[in-house]
Design a binder for this molecule. Structure first.
Ligand code: ADP
Ligand code: TZD
Ligand code: MG
Length: 570
């Protein structure tokens, strides 16, 4: 070897530094769609032992990353190409931010100098500017030696405080730039304590108990922030020692089992309307809780709110006792404080809730037993419920309108963080991404209960499910439409706006990619299909035929649906 060659420095480049930085910070899985300029990020990640799950469309990959973030409390990573790939992923990043899920979208981008002068580069877009309004934070790395810092800042921004979506822009020139390997190594670091636990003050805890002690009709509402905080231990102790009735928002279901005697789920309206003190634990007073306003709520109701985000307080109703901090820690402090200042939910209130529950449970039982022909939501969901009752650890993913509303009420959850659904935005298209992330991150089985419209938003990811051989059973509730399948277009021969083809055989789509398809027209066929699919642990899809007249427009959200009083007459 000549003296000259021996001085050639060992080199690294932006591609390697990105992967090195992610690995150093504990990232073990990435979701995405590759292409110019980020393909080698995925290859190098695989070479380093980071799992890369390649999707058919970025939106589903992004939803997978978001769900991974919710389930693991580490930022889910979504890798996208420039401009259109970036924009496809941005929907999921915005949805993650809205839902308070930690996620980082890492996107390649084109030549800055050309983008900034709008000279028409390949996939030209000012991605950083486009991402900023929809994210918790957005960064661009303009020099390879800043990659380590950019990754660390992105991680910290995603998981600290209220978690959310973070955008990290990596121009192709930075990915391809080389630098001395030792200089590169020295530029990387592991973020220390990226999500520091915050504690509420003793005064805040005391104030909260002061409000609760005087309550005649207290109610506790659990939201998905409590699920994210993994606070089921102290929450259960608090609820059981106070005797307070509780309601679980959909993704908080299972923190305490739905059949817990203090669950007020089957008396929800009565509980909301009559409560005089409501304690919100990781739940926002947004549209999902009617903003805390009448007529659903009492105007006299006072609030205790446990949340990590101080700006959330007073957003809809004045909060008498804000408790700002991590829910797990806050609930532990509240439990300790109960020792000196016990809170007891009055018996008459609990009895009133129990009486209403008994009525509603009997009514639901009759619906579930009715066995309507053709099969309706009740029959199909009874079958799914009974199969789930025999198994632990199965995830339920759920989207649609009626399919969502009925399944949320009928499928009981017994374990925390096992239900993933349309969430804060009521968004369609999350189903396959959420199901894939749940299976990838946990190795457990997933049942995705999907409206036929909802499934269509990410249906091609069935190929992804098959390619990675994931234990996912997709159940498509085929009622031939958005909400219903029986609308007739009174004005032309085109299908009506809400109509989809009811003759669709979604099961064949799964078969096309090597999975198992089932077609079910009655509850018995649904349970047989589910039993066999879950036992096999292989990808499956049940085309579950539902009466096209069974749903209602907008599901449970009719009050939000603006309808024209001036529709033309036929
Ligand atoms: P849901 O839709 O279930 O009602 P939301 O998404 O509206 O729940 O509310 C979740 C809330 O939980 C957010 O206000 C968020 O700031 C809060 N949160 C998330 N993680 C934590 C945590 N670890 N500790 C405290 N609050 C948290
Ligand atoms: N697009 C996106 C991204 N999210 C949405 N929520 C909608 C459109 C509007 N929308 C709903 O709010 S529910 C729904 C749409 C299109 C589908 C309902 O039909 P479904 O469920 O087949 O999924 P049901 O059981 O037929 O009601
Ligand atoms: Mg439908």
């Amino acid at each position: 070897m000549s003296a000259r060659q021996s001085h050639v420095p060992e080199l690294t480049d932006g591609f390697h530094l990105v992967v090195d930085a992610l690995e150093l910070n504990g990232v073990s899985t990435m979701y995405g769609v590759v292409g110019i300029p980020i393909t080698d990020v995925a290859r190098i990640a695989q070479a380093r032992g980071i799992r890369y799950i390649g999707f058919r469309q970025e939106q589903a990959a992004g939803h997978a990353a978001a769900a991974a973030g919710f389930l693991t409390r580490r930022p889910g990573i979504c890798l996208t190409v420039s401009a259109p790939g970036f924009l496809n992923g941005l929907v999921a990043l915005a949805n993650a931010t809205t839902n308070c899920f930690p996620m980082i979208q890492i996107s390649g981008s084109s030549e800055r100098a050309i983008i900034d002068l709008q000279q028409g580069d390949y996939e030209e877009l000012d991605q950083l500017a486009a991402a900023r309004p929809y994210t918790k934070a957005a960064f661009r790395v303009d020099r390879p030696e800043d990659i380590g810092l950019g990754v660390a800042r992105a991680i910290r921004a995603a998981v600290s405080g209220r978690p959310g979506g973070v955008y990290l822009d990596l121009p192709a020139s930075v990915l391809g730039a080389t630098l001395d390997a030792s200089e590169g190594r020295a530029s990387l670091f592991r973020a220390v304590d990226p999500a520091p636990i915050q504690l509420p003050s003793a005064a805040a805890v005391d104030r909260a108990l002061g409000v609760l002690v005087r309550a005649k009709r207290p109610l506790l509402i659990l939201g998905k922030g409590a699920a994210y905080a993994r606070a089921e231990g102290p929450i259960r102790t608090f609820i059981e020692s106070t005797g307070m009735p509780f309601l679980s928002m959909s993704m908080a279901k299972g923190l305490l089992p739905d059949d817990h005697p203090q669950s007020a789920a089957a008396a929800r309206s009565l509980a909301l309307k009559n409560a005089d003190v409501v304690m919100l634990v990781g739940a926002r007073l947004n549209w999902l809780l009617a903003h805390g306003r009448s007529p659903k709520w009492s105007d006299e109701c006072r609030f205790v709110q446990v949340d990590v985000s101080p700006e959330e307080i007073d957003s809809n109703r004045p909060i008498a006792a804000p408790v700002i901090g991590d829910i797990d820690e806050a609930m532990k402090l509240l439990v300790v404080a109960l020792g000196d200042r016990p809170v007891t939910a009055p018996r008459v209130w609990r009895d009133a809730i129990d009486a209403k529950k008994a009525q509603n449970v009997a009514r639901m039982r009759a619906h579930l037993a009715a066995d309507a022909v053709p099969m309706n939501f009740y029959g199909a969901l009874r079958a799914i419920r009974d199969v789930l009752a025999e198994r632990d650890g199965v995830f339920v993913v759920n989207e649609g309108a009626n399919t969502l509303d009925f399944a949320r009420d009928i499928l009981p959850m017994h374990e925390p963080r096992k239900r993933l659904d349309s969430g804060t935005w009521g968004v369609m298209g999350v189903g396959m991404g959420y199901a894939i992330a749940a299976a990838v991150e946990s190795g457990r089985s997933v049942i995705a209960v999907e409206g036929d419209s909802a499934f269509g938003f990410s249906g091609m990811e069935v190929e992804t499910i098959c390619r990675y051989k994931l234990p996912i059973v997709v159940v498509v509730f085929n009622n031939g439409g958005i909400y219903k399948g029986d609308e007739v277009n009174r004005w032309s021969s085109d299908p009506a706006p809400t109509v989809l083809s009811r003759t669709s055989r979604y099961d064949k789509l799964m078969e096309a990619f090597g999975g198992t398809g089932y077609h079910a027209e009655d509850p018995g066929a649904v349970s047989a299909a589910l039993e066999s699919a879950l036992a096999s642990g292989k990808p499956a899809l049940v085309n579950c035929m539902i009466d096209p007249t069974a749903g209602t427009e907008s599901g449970h959200l009719q009050s939000l649906n603006a309808e024209s009083t001036l529709r033309p007459s036929p």
